[in-house]
Write a protein that binds this ligand. Structure first.
Ligand SMILES: NC(=O)c1ccc[n+]([C@@H]2O[C@H](COP(=O)([O-])OP(=O)(O)OC[C@H]3O[C@@H](n4cnc5c(N)ncnc54)[C@H](O)[C@@H]3O)[C@@H](O)[C@H]2O)c1
Length: 382
C-alpha cells in the first residue's frame, strides 16, 4: 500500500451448507439425531417451543434433554401471526441473554411452526451478530416451506416480514409425527403451498395430489403416499431456493401466489392464514393466466377441481381488486421495479410477466365469483 492509495477491495465468499434430515421420533430418548450437532457433554441449549407443541409434546422434550444431561432452558412461545412482533422478538432475546450459551457450539433450537422458526431464526441471526440455530418444524407450512430455506423475519410497522435476515440453519430435522396433532385448517394451510409448487413447476406432483392428496391430507400425511408428497414438495422447493438462496434473482417461481396475497393477509391477519391467502392469489392468477390464454380451459378446471377435492374452502369475501392492485404495487418495490409475477403457462410450468393491469385483476375477481355461481360447485361454496 502506498500513501496515495484511495481504494480498497474486500471480497469474501462464505460457503453455505446445511442439511434437512428426515428424523422420525426425534425426541425418543434413544434417538441421537439432535445430538449430532453441537457440544453434548456439559452442553447447554436454549430451546424455544411453540405453545401448542409444548401442550402435546412438552414433557417428552423436557425428558429428552434431562436424559442426555444437557442443561436446557426451554421457553414457550405462542404461534399465530399476531405474535410475530418486535415485542415477541425482544421478549425471547431477554430470555436468551439471561442464559449464556457458547457462541459456536451450543445452537439455539426452534421447535414450532413458521411463525416460531421465522422469529427464532431472526433472533439467531441478530444475537451476537449470529449464533447457530436448528429448526424443527411442527406445522405442514413449516415442514415443506418455512423451515427449509434461510429466510427469517418478523412483522413491523403494519408490514409482514418487514424486518428479517437470511440466516442458514445449522440443520433442519423433519419429524412427521408432529403433524398428527395439527388441526385440519393448518394441514390445509400447508397444502396450499404444495399446490403452488405443483401448479408452477411440478406436473407430477399435481397428479400425485389429484390421486392421493385428499386421502393423505385426511390423515395428516401419515401414510406412505403422504410421505412421498411431502418429500417431493421439499425437493421442488429446494430446487428453486438453493441456486438463489439470497434472492439475487428476483424472478422466483416460488413467488407464485405471493403477489396479491401480501395485501390480503396483511389486511385480514386475524382470520386469513398465510396459505389461505396464497391460495386466493393462486386462483386469481390462474384466471388471469386463463384470460391470457396461457392456461387451457381444461387445465384451469383441473386446478379448481383439485382445490375442491382437497376440501379447501376459498374465503372469497376478502377479495378486493383495489387492495390486490395495491399489493401488486408494493411487490413491485420489493421486486426492484418490476412486477415479475410468475404465471403458469401450462400445468407445471411458468413464465414471468410484468404487465398485469388493474382491469385484469378486477375481471379475475368477477370471473371467480361467476365461476362459483355458474358451476354452483358445492366445494367452492362456503
Ligand atoms: N421463512 C420462510 O421462508 C417462510 C415460508 C413460508 C411461510 N413463512 C411464515 O410462516 C408463518 C406461518 O407458519 P404456520 O402456518 O406454521 O403458522 P404458526 O407457526 O402460527 O402455526 C400455526 C398454528 O399451529 C400450532 N401448532 C404448531 N405445531 C403444532 C402441532 N404439531 N400440533 C398442534 N398445533 C400446532 C401453533 O401453535 C399455531 O397455533 C407465516 O408468518 C409466514 O410468513 C415463512
Amino acid at each position: 500500500m502506498t500513501s496515495g492509495t484511495s481504494r480498497w477491495r474486500v471480497a469474501y465468499q462464505r460457503p453455505i451448507e446445511y442439511e434437512i434430515v428426515n428424523a422420525p421420533g426425534l425426541f425418543e430418548l434413544q434417538n441421537e439425531a439432535l445430538l449430532s450437532v453441537g457440544k453434548i457433554r456439559g452442553g447447554r441449549r436454549f430451546v424455544v417451543v411453540d405453545g401448542n407443541v409444548a401442550r402435546f409434546y412438552g414433557d417428552k422434550i423436557h425428558s429428552y434433554f434431562a436424559h442426555h444431561e444437557i442443561e436446557a432452558k426451554i421457553i414457550t412461545f405462542p404461534g399465530g401471526e399476531e405474535n410475530k412482533t418486535v415485542d415477541a422478538y425482544l421478549g425471547i432475546l431477554y430470555e436468551l441473554d439471561s442464559f449464556p450459551i457458547h457462541r459456536r457450539d451450543e445452537p439455539i433450537i426452534a421447535i414450532g411452526g413458521g411463525v416460531l422458526t421465522d422469529v427464532v431464526g431472526f433472533i439467531a441471526s441478530s444475537y451476537r451478530r449470529s449464533v447457530p440455530h436448528i429448526k424443527v418444524p411442527t406445522t405442514l407450512m413449516g415442514y415443506i416451506d418455512a423451515s427449509v430455506g434461510i429466510k427469517t423475519g418478523i412483522n413491523f410497522n403494519g408490514h409482514k416480514n418487514r424486518l428479517g435476515s437470511f440466516e442458514p440453519p445449522l440443520r433442519v430435522f423433519l419429524d412427521r409425527d408432529f403433524l398428527k396433532t395439527l388441526p385440519r385448517r393448518h394441514i390445509l394451510n400447508g397444502v396450499c403451498e404444495i399446490i403452488k409448487l405443483a401448479v408452477i413447476k411440478d406436473a407430477g406432483l399435481f397428479s400425485l395430489l389429484e390421486g392421493h392428496g385428499a386421502q393423505s391430507a385426511a390423515i395428516n400425511f401419515q401414510d406412505q403416499r403422504g410421505g412421498e408428497i411431502l418429500n417431493r414438495a421439499i425437493s421442488g422447493m429446494l430446487e428453486e431456493l438453493e441456486p438463489n438462496l439470497y434472492e439475487e434473482n428476483l424472478a422466483r417461481k416460488v413467488d407464485f401466489g405471493h403477489t396479491f396475497s401480501y395485501g390480503l393477509e396483511t389486511r385480514h391477519e386475524a382470520h386469513l392464514l398465510h396459505g389461505e391467502a396464497v391460495l386466493l392469489d393462486i386462483v386469481i392468477s390462474t384466471l388471469i393466466a386463463r384470460g391470457r390464454d396461457l392456461l387451457s380451459e381444461q387445465e384451469t378446471c383441473r386446478i379448481f377441481n383439485l382445490i375442491g377435492q382437497l376440501g379447501i374452502v376459498l374465503n372469497t369475501d376478502v377479495l378486493d381488486a383495489g387492495l390486490m392492485w395495491q399489493s401488486l404495487l408494493e411487490r413491485v418495490e420489493h421486486r426492484n421495479g418490476y412486477q415479475r409475477v410468475p404465471m403458469p403457462d401450462s400445468l407445471g410450468n411458468c413464465i414471468f410477466i410484468n404487465d398485469i393491469t388493474y382491469q385484469e385483476i378486477e375481471s379475475a375477481v368477477k370471473n371467480l365469483n361467476d365461476w362459483i355461481s355458474i358451476k354452483n360447485d358445492p366445494i367452492l361454496e362456503r
